[in-house]
Design a protein around this ligand. Structure first.
Ligand SMILES: *Cc1c(COP(=O)(O)O)cnc(C)c1O
Length: 401
């Protein structure tokens, strides 16, 4: 057996099968490239679902992590530490908001947003106890906890995990009329992804996000933007909401905030909203730890220059131009996305998304399929134009084979 086969067989024997990875075993990575246990190099067009916006082994992030590893890694929030205030201040600044509540994974940040909205609903808006409702969109992806999958519309994510957490109302994504009709005086929040990543990089119709903003403001409802995947440069702006000139009441951030080095997530909002928490009412052992703060501070510093956003916008225009040429050629049915982020619907006759991904892997390009025959393309924002073009050539080769 090859080193690859041995590693896969042993992973299959000893790990739960809650994933179905492509049969590549990565041993090291740098920038937009990964090298497997047999020395083969692959172009990474997934970037850890956008956790790796700044590329593998980013020097600034690795150096920041190493320096912090030598000083202090964890204090718990029982004590202050000397990276915490800076992290919260700089992140709030980047978001144009006032307060930060740090957690670790995206799902925890979404849970935090849900708890914040409910508490705000009872304490500030005056919703009767136990009656708070949060409106979410169909085909959402907000994470994997029991509460979050309670409002998923994906049977795979949801089946056999009941009883489900009540208090959520699902409306079709992109439909303002349905949203307006679903609102009652007990609605405390609307929680949506400004671009739905896992659903296939679905960009809502123009005017949708401003419409959500207007409706939520009118009805005294919090607008919570889950920018865990869309935020922090991916779409060519710091936040996907910016494309529509919209500022939500709360950003939920994760993935790229930890630079692919450590899990770092956060809810960022105003003082009157995050101010609802008193000591002991919410927390996390690892949330806001020194190592996480040190890495995230470097991520924030890189985003403050705007160069990554600009790069994502420029390379993204190029990517969408090239993919647009493929669309209509028979092999590609539709292309969606913004910036360096695309969902590509392959003609089902050519194979499932999984099959296309496997063929691309044979060509040394790594992508991930979503539902049906859709693949998504989200390279690290540090990818060179030449490498991106090389990847697109491989895609064209696979589609014309
Ligand atoms: C990935 C993701 C999450 C969940 O993040 P985890 O770190 O995997 O818990 C939530 N929302 C969106 C939009 C995501 O893309």
């Amino acid at each position: 057996m090859s080193a690859t086969e041995t590693a896969i067989a042993s992973a299959e024997a000893h790990s739960a099968h809650n994933y179905h990875p492509l049969p590549v075993v990565v041993a090291s990575a740098e920038g937009a490239w990964m090298t497997d246990v047999e020395g083969r190099r692959y172009l990474d067009l997934l970037a850890g679902y956008s956790a790796l916006n700044f590329g593998h082994g980013n020097r600034r992030l690795i150096d920041a992590a190493k320096a912090q590893l030598e000083r202090v890694t964890l204090t718990s929030r029982a004590f202050h530490h000397d990276r915490f205030a800076d992290f919260c201040t700089r992140l709030a600044e980047l978001c144009g908001m006032e307060m930060v509540l740090p957690m670790n994974t995206g799902a925890e940040a979404v849970e935090t947003a849900v708890k914040t909205a409910r508490k705000w609903g009872y304490r500030v808006k005056g919703v009767p106890d136990g009656m708070a409702k949060i409106i979410v969109a169909s085909d959402n992806f907000h994470g994997r906890t029991t509460t979050i999958i309670s409002f998923s519309t994906d049977p795979e994510a949801r089946a056999d995990y009941g009883p489900y957490t009540p208090g959520f109302e699902i409306v079709p994504y992109g439909d303002l009329t349905a949203l307006r009709e679903a609102m009652t005086e007990n609605t405390v929040a609307v929680l949506i992804e400004p671009i739905q990543g896992e659903a296939g990089v679905l960009v809502p119709p123009a005017g949708y996000l401003p419409g959500v903003r207007e409706l939520t403001r009118e009805r005294n409802v919090l607008f919570i933007a889950d920018e865990i995947q869309s935020g922090l440069g991916r779409t060519g702006k710091t936040f996907a909401c910016e494309h529509e000139g919209v500022v939500p009441d709360m950003y939920v951030l994760g993935k790229a905030l930890g630079g692919g080095v450590v899990p770092v997530s956060a809810v960022v909002s105003s003082a009157d909203i995050l101010g609802v928490f008193k000591p002991g009412e919410h927390g996390s052992t690892f949330g806001g730890n020194p190592l996480a703060c040190a890495v995230a501070l470097e991520v924030i510093a890189m985003l403050r220059t705007g160069e990554y956003q600009e790069r994502a916008a420029e390379l993204g225009d190029h990517l969408h131009r090239e993919l647009g040429l493929l669309a209509g050629g028979g092999a590609v049915e539709a292309v969606r996305g913004r910036g360096l982020w695309a969902g590509v619907d392959i003609a089902p006759a050519l194979g499932t998304g999984r099959e296309i991904s496997e063929r691309l892997m044979a060509e040394r390009v790594l992508v991930k399929d979503t539902h049906g025959s859709t693949i998504r393309i989200a390279p690290p924002l540090v990818i060179s134009k030449e490498d991106l073009d090389w990847g697109l050539d491989r895609l064209r080769a696979v589609l014309s084979a």
